[in-house]
Design a protein around this ligand. Structure first.
Ligand code: ARG
Length: 579
């Protein structure tokens, strides 16, 4: 346990110094590992590292250190004993003491919370779909990863500011306006804005294939918009509002929210000053009539700032956005959760910021992710997340058809299971990996008797843990006070393995944050559920007539449930009350 390790580190550092070596407590702590076999001990310290300093064999050092700290070890209630085994020192911990420390912490509110982020802000640009285009599956990944990372950083005490960089500006608006004027239908727009706008967009492109002058019409409308023309602006506002309303509905379904919807258009007034500053700093050059920042030194294409026709670009907006965000937030880090296909774009943007001498440029990170394959689409290559969720929900409802739920409950639970399945699946492998979208895999474990490493299976495990608690309360009254439990009753290997895993939770969160990798939390959740299931199915009845034993085991179950619930909560996976 954390305290035990710190205690060992202090003892080891002291003893090493007495022997004439230098070893800080941090170094000692980092060196601690686990012996290869449980019967050898719980924590091991390898003595190789000191061998050079002390000019003697690791085995001799192990013996020296062992003698030096044996007394302190036997005085420490946390520790069982120490012995030297070749080049290693092996420590046993007092398992009851250890269990008490871990489970009392883990049954407390907010287990895993950290304070290292206090007073620091992390900005996260995530989801960021494009107006007048469907909310695609790539945006699902950005949404789930960004949301999970935000939750993890919040848990560690950071102030997290989520920003939705809506794609709400650009030439597609000109096309849409022309298309709407030509073929639009007010009723259809209001009824299902995203679909209608998308249909118009598709129709425009088809028509433009036949008749290229339509492209000029589109450009002319966009120009009107850029010039602040009243009619164009009204269309823009309308399309944006209606689309945003749709996106918000999806976000609500997914349980996701943002501190700011600062879309691309938000930065319009900041573009001219940006371009001026770039010019003044001597960073730009003119190439074929366009203003660019050369990147040949880095073997990258030039970063386009202003097109020959005067239009600004995606990168221009990102540069202006970055400056504005820093001004507003004074962030410690800023994360862009965007697919790996935009890697060059972000390298260019960060490089320009660096050349502008912004020290915070190095605190901006692109957090890339892989693609989702294998999805059947309603239209071409674009998919509508809403459709996908609804399709999944039908399957879930089918599998759960014979459950004795009320209609209202059924609606809620099937929705929670569907959303949980999609989000967990999305976050269950390292983000950079591509994956196939496959409902069978996502829902594995939902059918009775089936198990799987999925959201629904973990949701189900969570409800089983909760029902054990209800069973305990029926049999023995209130849940026990964790301060008054006999932890010596949790000495079995399966219980100890679970306790050791629960103990790792706070550190796991730190690692997941450091690596920007929510998959570490998903793997952790799978492991904790599996460890509990093997404890439970290994013949360890949790609630029995034996009051003291039941109290110890329900405390373990409670700590497991809370830790699982927190993990799933960080990933955005909802917790059904029953399944
Ligand atoms: N709207 C963009 C897209 O769909 C993603 C925006 C990502 N964020 C950014 N600051 N560039 O590709």
């Amino acid at each position: 346990m954390t305290d035990t390790r710190s205690l060992l580190a202090t003892l080891l550092s002291q003893a090493a110094e007495d022997a004439g070596a230098t070893l800080s407590t941090d170094e000692a702590r980092d060196l601690l590992t686990e012996p290869p076999r449980r019967e050898m001990g719980d924590i091991a310290f390898p003595c190789f590292v000191l061998s050079k300093q002390l000019r003697t064999s690791p085995a001799a050092i192990a013996t020296t250190l062992c003698d030096a700290i044996a007394g302190a070890v036997s005085d420490a209630p946390a520790l069982g004993g120490v012995n030297a085994a070749g080049p290693y020192l092996n420590f046993t911990v007092d398992s009851a003491y250890h269990a008490a420390g871990v489970l009392r912490a883990a049954t407390d509110e907010g287990y895993g919370r950290g304070s290292e982020g206090e007073g620091q802000t992390i900005g996260i640009d995530f989801s960021s779909p494009n107006i007048a285009k469907p909310f695609g599956i790539g945006h699902l990944r950005s949404t789930s990863i960004g949301n999970a990372l935000g939750n993890i950083f919040r848990m560690l005490g950071y102030r997290v500011v989520g920003i939705n960089h809506l794609g709400d500006w650009g030439t597609q608006f000109g096309k849409l306006m022309f298309a709407y004027e030509s073929w639009g239908n007010e009723e259809a727009l209001v009824k299902d804005p995203i679909t209608h706008l998308y249909d118009l967009y598709v129709r425009f492109h088809k028509a433009a294939e036949e008749d290229e002058t339509l492209l000029d019409e589109g450009r002319a409308w966009f120009k009107r918009l850029e010039d602040g023309d009243e009619q164009a602006t009204a269309y823009w506002q309308r399309f944006r509002d209606l689309s945003l309303r749709e996106f918000e509905r999806i976000y609500e379904r997914l349980g996701v929210s943002f501190e700011h919807y600062w879309g691309e258009a938000y930065y319009n007034d900041m573009l001219a000053p940006l371009v001026e500053d770039l010019d003044r700093a001597g960073l730009t050059e003119v190439s074929d009539g366009a203003v660019v920042v050369d990147m040949s030194e880095l073997d990258m294409p030039p970063c386009l700032i202003v097109k020959a026709d005067g239009a600004t670009l995606y990168a221009t907006r990102d540069l202006a956005a970055a400056r504005y965000r820093y001004e507003q937030l004074q962030f410690k880090q800023f994360l862009y959760i965007v697919g790996a296909e935009q890697t060059v774009h972000f390298r260019q943007v960060f490089e320009v910021l660096r050349r502008m001498n912004y020290s915070w440029a190095e605190d901006c990170h692109h957090i890339p992710f892989g693609r989702i394959h294998g999805i059947s689409t309603r239209k071409g290559t674009l998919v509508f997340l809403d459709d996908i969720l609804n399709k999944g929900k039908e399957r879930v409802a089918e599998i759960m058809a014979d459950k004795p739920f009320s209609d209202q409950e059924r609606e809620l639970i099937t929705e929670q299971v569907t959303v949980g399945a999609v989000l967990f699946y999305d976050l269950s492998r390292n983000r950079i990996k591509n994956y196939d979208f496959d409902w069978d895999l996502m829902l594995r474990g939902l059918r009775p008797g089936e198990s799987g490493q999925t959201g629904p299976y973990l949701q189900y495990t969570h409800t089983r843990l909760a029902s054990l608690e209800r069973q305990y309360i029926e049999t023995h009254g209130e849940l026990p006070d964790p301060a008054a439990v006999d932890y010596a009753l949790l000495g079995e290997d399966a219980a100890r393995a679970l306790i050791t895993h629960i103990e790792k939770f706070p550190e796991l969160l730190r690692h997941a944050a450091r690596d920007y990798e929510p998959a570490q939390v998903s793997r952790y959740a799978i492991e904790i559920a599996e460890l509990f299931n093997s404890f439970y199915s290994g013949g360890h009845k949790v609630v029995s007539e034996d009051r003291a034993l039941s109290a110890a085991r329900i405390t373990l179950a409670n700590a497991t449930r809370r830790t699982l619930a927190t993990s799933l909560g960080l990933l955005g996976v909802p917790l059904p009350a029953r399944m």
